[in-house]
Design a protein around this ligand. Structure first.
Ligand SMILES: NC(=O)C1=CN([C@@H]2O[C@H](COP(=O)(O)OP(=O)(O)OC[C@H]3O[C@@H](n4cnc5c(N)ncnc54)[C@H](OP(=O)(O)O)[C@@H]3O)[C@@H](O)[C@H]2O)C=CC1
Ligand SMILES: O=C(O)C1=N[C@H](C(=O)O)C[C@H](O)C1
Length: 271
């Protein structure tokens, strides 16, 4: 089979540059295009050079329709508005769309789901093996413990992160809620400040720390009577997410239309 031809969206961003490097150092995929925001100062620059590699002749462009003519997939770690704009083009072109962008609203997610009867989408708030395993374990632990155990999720990220709670924290919250047989929307407690009153029984709390260069730390604590259990994950480098995204694209190439997650890619859906 010939190499999968991949477009990197947000190619000038932190994840975009990591993705360009991941493609260059892996087998089975080649860089077919580099998308950046209209008006960006980086348009016309070489994607390889931006990623700290030798020039590869793929220059950043804002025209996804043109660059996707012969492509097979798009790795999309951008911002919600860009991801939603890319969804329609990716579906029309028949591209595998790997979505790592976080901070998406409920209606954004509905738009993504709406194309999956005809398009292949792999979407996850975290592309690492460790976090997806952690989510499976959190679901099991939440199922085993009753509401005398309070669930609190803490995440720490670099100072440039713009959304909170992180996509991963929300994913872990969903896993805990699903283990408990409740919906996260009805039970999440975010951003405590001031006279909050006592903790609402059964709620799932979130706290976000921002600073430095942290690639992504997450912990889920179950705090019960006279004991507490904490499960945690630390990402040491964002290349972890880039290699996960690439793995997702290669896995999804040739799959039937549908909305897949990283748990599907990693074979963790039944855990
Ligand atoms: N699922 C996962 O495993 C992971 C997910 N993420 C998520 O990925 C996203 C990106 O993170 P990060 O790389 O750190 O952020 P950056 O801000 O470094 O990168 C985002 C890039 O997208 C570009 N962009 C904005 N609008 C468009 C557009 N219309 N078309 C193409 N490109 C556009 C930005 O350009 P400009 O700066 O000019 O606006 C920027 O270069 C975040 O949502 C983050 O949470 C990150 C790591 C792992
Ligand atoms: O913005 C980041 O950097 C990250 N974002 C993702 C998230 O919101 O969970 C994944 C990872 O933690 C890094």
């Amino acid at each position: 089979m010939s190499d999968m031809r991949l477009i990197v969206a947000g190619a000038g961003g932190r994840m975009g540059r990591a993705l360009v490097r991941a493609i260059a150092e892996s087998k089975g995929a080649v860089l077919a295009g580099a998308l950046e925001a209209p008006g960006s100062d980086l348009l016309g620059k070489d994607a390889g050079v931006l990623a700290g590699l030798p020039a590869n002749g793929i220059t950043l462009s804002a025209d996804l329709w043109a660059m996707s003519k012969d492509a097979d997939g798009i790795l999309d770690f951008t911002v919600p508005a860009a991801t939603i704009a890319n969804v329609a083009i990716a579906a029309q072109r028949g591209l595998v769309h790997v979505i790592g962008t976080t901070g998406l609203s409920g209606s954004d997610n509905a738009v993504i789901k709406s194309v999956t009867n005809r398009a292949v989408v792999v979407q996850s708030g975290n592309m690492s093996l460790g976090v997806n395993l952690l989510a499976a374990v959190v679901r099991r632990v939440a199922k085993a413990l009753d509401q005398t155990f309070d669930i609190e999720i803490v995440e720490t990220h670099h100072r440039m992160k713009v959304d909170a709670p992180s996509g991963t924290a929300l994913m872990l919250g969903q896993a805990a809620a699903s283990g408990r047989g409740v919906t996260l929307d009805d039970h999440s407690e975010r951003g405590r400040d001031g006279i909050t009153g006592a903790r609402r029984p059964g709620s799932i709390g979130f706290a976000s720390l921002r600073g430095g260069t942290v690639a992504g730390d997450h912990s889920v604590s179950f705090l019960g009577p006279f004991e507490r259990l904490t499960l945690s994950h630390q990402a040491e480098d964002r290349m972890l997410f880039a290699h996960g995204a690439l793995k997702a694209a290669l896995w999804a190439h040739g799959k039937a239309p549908g909305h897949y997650t990283m748990a599907d890619v990693l074979g963790l859906s039944d855990i």
